[in-house]
Design a protein around this ligand. Structure first.
Ligand SMILES: *[C@@H]1O[C@H](CO)[C@@H](O)[C@H](O)[C@H]1NC(C)=O
Ligand SMILES: *[C@@H]1O[C@H](CO)[C@@H](O)[C@H](O)[C@H]1NC(C)=O
Ligand SMILES: *[C@@H]1O[C@H](CO)[C@@H](O)[C@H](O)[C@H]1NC(C)=O
Ligand SMILES: *[C@@H]1O[C@H](CO)[C@@H](O)[C@H](O)[C@H]1NC(C)=O
Ligand SMILES: *[C@@H]1O[C@H](CO)[C@@H](O)[C@H](O)[C@H]1NC(C)=O
Ligand SMILES: *[C@@H]1O[C@H](CO)[C@@H](O)[C@H](O)[C@H]1NC(C)=O
Ligand SMILES: *[C@@H]1O[C@H](CO)[C@@H](O)[C@H](O)[C@H]1NC(C)=O
Ligand SMILES: *[C@@H]1O[C@H](CO)[C@@H](O)[C@H](O)[C@H]1NC(C)=O
Ligand SMILES: *[C@@H]1O[C@H](CO)[C@@H](O)[C@H](O)[C@H]1NC(C)=O
Ligand SMILES: *[C@@H]1O[C@H](CO)[C@@H](O)[C@H](O)[C@H]1NC(C)=O
Length: 437
């Protein structure tokens, strides 16, 4: 009675019962290529399904004609192993008892790339499967430890060992567990919102395998471990950089030791700089005097919107010097009224001194007035003209003009300078009248 279904099945499908009896395990290799990083280890997976103890069987790994690994009689037989793989292969004896024939290949190099054959031979069966290995260059971080000061810019260096185009691969920069910057396969880059506009890659350099990340205006929270990760279909690789952000707490604004003195009409440079020299970056700089705004620089440019009218179009900074922390002010067309205590102020500077004062003195006009014998340059003019024109026609007119000017100046000097006059000291210019000598 029990034979009837078996006979029926045999008639419908003869292989069903035959294979059921001789069911051998299958040898399984992954269908997707395995990626390996040059000089790293790689595991080439291969196993028997369902599991079967293969430790006593013959297990052979080959690459083309070459023997990669030969396991026979319970141990590794290296007599036929290709020289290239010597001392670099291993099977796990524990794994073999569970039908795991995966091969570990150490210090992978470019010659290892190619198709591998995994096979097992028993008295009753010969099984084989194939697996492809791709070897790709590693990413390297040339500097592993970087120290940077807050406010400065820093480049975290990362590159591929060999120049390989990175298009088609995903580049991620991680800070701790967060992805702070990501370049997609099609080179579209996106930055984590938190760091808006402070992170960037070097797009022109990507094709040459330069994966470096630039961080602008470093902040204290940028401190920590960074990973440069390159992800392709078969492999993910990374290198790490430890960034130590030191507070620029020892930074300070430094002014001149002495007041600045210039003459009316000249250009005054009010010196001021950051010490130690470091870029102003996105910090705001304010130059003020008597609570009025002399010059404002913010978000990397001059902001004349709240500047005092008196200083409009008369102030500027040494733009190329800002990166070196030189925040000196240039004031043109100086007038007597410009004298005062100026403040050089960097409000958000994380540092000891944010503000210094620079005194601007407006000095008396040129030395020539000190010369009592010659209160006006008639002699010089005569000499010049005499040299050039001799006693020619042009001589009389300038001389007459000069004498008139000199008389006028002496008259004004006498009018305004009673004190000096009393000492027989003739001054020409009115602004000297409060000089207490
Ligand atoms: C290694 O294999 C070769 C041939 O396959 C054989 O002649 C030799 O005896 C084996 N060596 C050991 C130690 O089993
Ligand atoms: C085979 O062994 C390796 C470690 O030697 C392990 O990573 C892998 O997952 C194992 N494969 C199977 C199918 O158990
Ligand atoms: C396995 O292959 C070898 C030759 O490579 C052959 O001698 C042997 O008979 C085969 N065994 C089975 C069970 O097919
Ligand atoms: C990457 O390119 C930038 C900009 O040219 C350069 O400063 C940096 O040194 C390069 N980094 C590496 C690792 O080549
Ligand atoms: C970086 O690579 C190491 C192995 O080299 C791996 O353990 C780690 O998970 C990788 N990190 C990331 C973020 O992929
Ligand atoms: C400053 O210069 C701009 C043009 O350069 C001009 O329009 C403006 O009137 C000037 N302002 C003053 C106060 O001179
Ligand atoms: C700032 O730069 C100017 C122009 O190069 C230079 O003359 C001046 O001495 C510098 N000042 C400081 C404080 O470095
Ligand atoms: C500064 O003086 C020069 C001539 O010395 C003049 O051309 C210029 O207009 C003056 N600028 C201002 C803002 O007064
Ligand atoms: C600042 O104030 C002082 C005292 O009030 C005055 O002498 C000076 O001229 C003022 N300077 C400027 C540039 O406003
Ligand atoms: C700073 O201001 C004080 C007075 O407030 C003055 O005595 C001193 O000379 C100033 N320093 C400089 C460098 O101008």
């Amino acid at each position: 009675m029990e034979l009837i279904p078996v006979i029926l099945l045999l008639l419908v499908c003869p292989e069903c019962i035959l294979t059921e009896n001789t069911k051998d395990p299958d040898l399984v290799c992954p269908s997707k290529a395995i990626g390996a990083v040059k000089s790293k280890d790689v595991l080439l997976p291969c196993h028997l399904e369902p599991p079967m103890d293969a430790s006593a069987e013959t297990v052979k790994w080959k690459q083309g004609k070459h023997v990669v690994h030969f396991h026979q009689g319970g141990k590794h037989n290296s007599s036929k192993q290709w020289e290239h793989f010597r001392e670099r292969t291993s099977l796990s004896s524990e794994g073999l008892t569970e039908g795991n024939l995966s091969l570990t290949l150490s210090s992978v190099n470019h010659l290892d790339e190619g198709r591998y054959q995994c096979s097992v031979h028993t008295e009753s069966m010969n099984k084989t499967c194939y697996i492809k290995l791709n070897v790709e260059p590693n990413v390297v971080c040339p500097s592993e430890y970087i120290e940077v000061r807050t406010g400065d810019d820093v480049v975290l260096p990362c590159r591929l060992e060999t120049h390989v185009d990175t298009s088609g691969k995903i580049l991620q920069w991680r800070h701790g567990n967060n992805i702070v910057y990501e370049k997609e396969k099609h080179n579209t880059a996106k930055e984590n919102e938190r760091n808006t506009n402070r992170l960037s890659l070097f797009p022109e350099e990507l094709a040459a395998g330069n994966l470096s990340l630039k961080i602008s205006s470093v902040r204290l929270e940028d401190n920590g471990k960074y990973q440069c990760c390159l992800i392709s279909e078969s492999i993910e690789r990374n290198c790490s950089i430890f960034v130590t952000v030191v507070s620029a707490g020892d930074r300070r604004v430094v002014g001149p030791h002495e007041p600045v003195a210039v003459e009316v009409g000249q250009v005054a440079v009010l010196p001021c700089h950051l010490e130690p020299p470091s870029p102003l970056s996105d910090l705001t700089l304010e130059w003020t005097v008597n609570n009025s705004k002399v010059h404002i620089y913010r978000s990397h440019r001059d902001d004349p919107s709240i500047q005092d009218e008196r200083f409009k179009n008369r102030t500027s900074l040494f733009k190329e010097e800002l990166v070196h922390g030189n925040i000196s002010l240039i004031l043109t067309n100086v007038t007597k009224e410009d004298a005062g205590n100026y403040f050089c102020f960097v409000p958000k500077l994380v540092g000891k001194v944010q503000r210094v004062n620079v005194t601007l003195n407006i000095a008396p006009p040129p030395e020539k007035h000190k010369n009592d014998e010659e209160p006006c340059p008639c002699k010089t003019i005569i000499q010049h003209l005499g040299l050039r024109l001799g006693l020619g026609l042009g001589f009389g007119l300038p001389l007459a003009f000069c004498i008139i000017i000199c008389l006028w100046m002496k008259y004004v000097g006498r009018f305004d300078g009673f004190a000096e006059q009393a000492r027989g000291n003739q001054r020409a210019m009115p602004q000297d009248d409060h000089d207490g000598e």
